[in-house]
Write a protein that binds this ligand. Structure first.
Ligand code: CU
Length: 157
């Protein structure tokens, strides 16, 4: 009985940790901290999604995010949204996102993001999406990205 209760309690704590939009996730060597990860729910008509988070460089060197991987999509690319002379938003692939010493990279709507293309199935609000971030120095970190409402504009403070 007691063991069962412990597992239930642990499950509840983990569920809260997984769902907290502002949960911090840090690489093993402590060189960077990922915060405020989120994405939007998608429907069957939309097979792509953008993922946002902030990346805080807490180490002694420049960090270079060079890729992302998830089981949930066929293709993952680093994207940047820029506005052309007519004010139209255009996304283009970038080879890396670089964060200098002490810098915080903000991936947010209208700017940098991780683009998931060809989703296996729609992203459901309330669930989380595991996403592995890969860095030039060989570091990697798997973050849990909370899936917010389709019209969400970011995690609540
Ligand atoms: Cu994009």
């Amino acid at each position: 009985m007691k063991t069962g209760l412990m597992w239930v309690t642990a499950g509840i704590i983990l569920a809260f940790m997984g769902f907290s939009a502002n949960a911090q996730q840090t690489t093993a060597d402590g060189d960077l901290v990922v915060e405020r990860a989120w994405t939007q729910a998608t429907d069957a008509d939309n097979s792509s999604a953008a993922i946002y988070f902030t990346l805080r460089n807490t180490g002694q060197a420049t960090i270079d995010l060079i890729g992302a991987r998830t089981q949930r999509a066929s293709i993952e690319v680093l994207h940047k949204t820029e506005f052309d002379t007519t004010g139209t938003a255009r996304m283009s692939a970038v080879p890396e996102l670089r964060g200098a010493l002490g810098e915080t990279l903000k991936l947010e709507p209208g700017g940098m993001h991780v683009m998931l293309i060809d989703l296996e199935m729609p992203l459901v609000e309330g669930e989380t999406l595991p996403l592995r971030l890969e860095f030039y120095d060989g570091d990697d970190i798997t973050i849990d990205v909370p899936i917010l409402a389709a019209d969400a504009s970011g995690p609540q403070e």
